[in-house]
Design a protein around this ligand. Structure first.
Ligand code: HEM
Length: 187
C-alpha cells in the first residue's frame, strides 16, 4: 500500500539533517539585494550551460533544430522566479508542495513535450551544483568579508540541496521501510 507523505515533515527532516537553521535563512535573506541584482545574469548562465550539452540543449530546440528563443526566455523567467522565491524560503506547508509540482513538471513531461521524455534527474542535480558554484563565485567576488562570503555560500548550498530533495522526489522510487515510524518515503 502506498504511504502518504508528509512533505513539510520531510523537508524539515532534511533541513535539520543538513543543519539549515534560522540563522542561515537570515544569511540567505541578507543576500537578497545582491542575488536579485545579478539574478538575470545567473539564470542566463544556467541556460547558456544547458545549451552547451546536447542532452540538455534538446529541450529548448524548435523542430528545425534551432534554439527556440521565446521558449528559452520563458524558461529563464521561471528559473528567476524560483531563485527569487528561494530567498524567502520557509519550512512551511506550501513551499514543498510548490517544489514538488515544479519537480513533476520535469519528471513527467506535459503532453506538449511528451516526445522529449523526462528531464533526466542527473541534470537536476547538475543544475543545482552549477548554481551553487555560480553563487559561491558571486559571493566571493561581491562580499568583502571572506567569512561572510563563506557563510553565504554554505547557507545557500544547504538551501539548494533541501530543495533538490523535493524537486527530485517525484523521480525517485524508494523502498518503503516497514511500519517503523521511519522517515517519510517518496513513492
Ligand atoms: C534544479 C534545477 C531546476 C529548477 C529549479 C527549475 C525550475 C523550473 C521552474 C520553476 C519551471 C516552471 C514550472 C511551471 O511552470 O510550473 C521550470 C520549467 C521547465 N524547466 Fe526547469 N528547472 C531546473 C532544471 C531544469 C533542467 C535541467 C532542464 C532541462 C535541461 C529544465 C527544463 C525545463 C523545461 C523544459 C520547463 C518547461 C516545462 C513545461 O514543458 O511546461 N529545467 N523549471
Amino acid at each position: 500500500m502506498q504511504r502518504i507523505v508528509d512533505w513539510p515533515a520531510r523537508m524539515k527532516e532534511v533541513a535539520d539533517f543538513v543543519g539549515l537553521d534560522q540563522g542561515e535563512l537570515d544569511i540567505i535573506e541578507s543576500t537578497r539585494e545582491l542575488v536579485l541584482s545579478r539574478g538575470e545574469e545567473l539564470t542566463a548562465a544556467v541556460y547558456d550551460h544547458f545549451l552547451k550539452f546536447p542532452e540538455t540543449r534538446r529541450f529548448f530546440l524548435e523542430e528545425g533544430g534551432e534554439v527556440d528563443e521565446t521558449k528559452l526566455d520563458r524558461r529563464k523567467h521561471s528559473l528567476l522566479r524560483w531563485l527569487t522565491g528561494s530567498i524567502s524560503f520557509k519550512v512551511d506547508e506550501d513551499y514543498p508542495i510548490r517544489l514538488l509540482a515544479t519537480g513533476i513538471v520535469h519528471s513527467h513531461p506535459p503532453s506538449h513535450r511528451a516526445h522529449l521524455g523526462s528531464i533526466p534527474s542527473r541534470f537536476m542535480t547538475g543544475s543545482m551544483s552549477f548554481m551553487q558554484t555560480l553563487l559561491a563565485h558571486l559571493f566571493q567576488e561581491e562580499i568583502e568579508d571572506p567569512i561572510e562570503s563563506h557563510r553565504a555560500s554554505v547557507a545557500w548550498n544547504k538551501l539548494l540541496m533541501v530543495q533538490l530533495d523535493i524537486l527530485q522526489a517525484g523521480y525517485i522510487n524508494e523502498t518503503p521501510t516497514e511500519a517503523t515510524g521511519g522517515p517519510p518515503q517518496a513513492q
